[in-house]
Structures are given as structure tokens and as C-alpha cells.
Unconditional design. Sequence first.
Length: 234
Amino acid sequence: MRGTFSAQGPPIVLVHGIGMSGEYFLPYAEALAATHDVYALDLPGYGKTPKPDRALTVPELGEVVAEAIASLGLDSPVVVGHSMGCQIVAQTVSRHSELCAGYILIGPTVDPAARSLPAQAWRLLRDSMREPLLSNAVIFRNYLRMGPLRYLRTSQYMLADRLDETIQTCAVPGLIIRGARDPIASHDWVRQLSRLAPDARALEVPDGPHALQHNRPQELLAACRPFLRAAGGR
């Protein structure tokens, strides 16, 4: 886990996507740290954390996030997910809304128009051609750490999980955001999620690809700031 570990500002918990780690959130975490107490998690089996005997399901990872919030003693954080991390965050919020002030989903998976491994692989390839070299380097380094077999099994869990159903039971306010050039989380999918959620808005960052938190941190923060203020932040 990477974090500020300070109660000086309102807490935010950052949850990475498939194959990644908290490293992927560092540029956004640094931008947030001026006003918030930030925690970028490394989920079990990701980054340099010990690998469980098997890949964990999306609901199981959601429970890990809830346990982290409770064990850290955080007071109603905003929980932020990226890519598959959005599915994990939705599970956390759905089951433990009392722990969270709100949630932000960045580039959520899985768009129903691409609910298969080949379709997701094609969208990921298209996005890789839109991401800066530094972002791609971080992605591939973390993928190698996870390993192909664990990645494949987790992909199956990701595809089976239905964010469009889970988000309907997320009782706290939410913000769903994508880059306008993100081929993984389509415009229609993000709008659909915002309509299904009890209380959520949809926004786009102009010209942004999938990994907004890594290559557009200031633009992402500007887009999120009104929501964070309304959720009790600064």
C-alpha cells in the first residue's frame, strides 16, 4: 500500500484494475495529496504483494477493500476504482455503503458490447496505441508480475461480474468518468451505468484514453473536484 497516512484531509482509497497495482495511481495520488489523505492499495496477488493460492473473485476483492478501510480506521472515504477496479469498488459500496462517503469509477469494465476475452483484448490493444510510453511500461511491468495464468483466471471473473447489476445497489453518491478516447469504457456504457445507479453522474475528460489517473491526473482531479467537495472533501 502507498499512502499519505495522515488524518489531515478527508480520506480517499484508490483501487487498481486487473494486473495492476497502486503504482498505476501514483500521479493521481500525488495530485490528490495536496488536500486529501490518500491510500493506493495493492490487492492480494497484484504488484509485489504475496500471491494467494488462487485468483480472487471480484466480490472477494471487494471484501478486501472493505477490510482495508476498516483496518485503517478510515472515516467514510471516497473509494475510487479504475477499469476492473470499478467492479471491485462497486462490490465494496454495494455491500458496505456505511463505510463510504461516495465512489468514483474511472473507465469501468465490462462494456456489454465487448463481454468476451477477444473483444476485451482488441479494445486493450487499441488503447495501448493511445497511451503514452510511460503508461504502457507500467502496465506491462505489472502484468508480468501477476503472471499469465492468474491474469487469465481473473479475466474470467471480470467478465462474469455484472457491474450494471451491482451499481443498482450502490446507495451512496457516485461519479462515473471516462476519457473521451477510451475504447475500453465506451460513452454509451458509462451513460448506461449513470442511469442505473441510484445517485451518480457521468463525465468525460476531453482527449483522454483509458488510464486517466496515470497520464491525465490534473485533468482528472479537476473533473472530480466538485464531486469530492460535495462528498465532504476539499
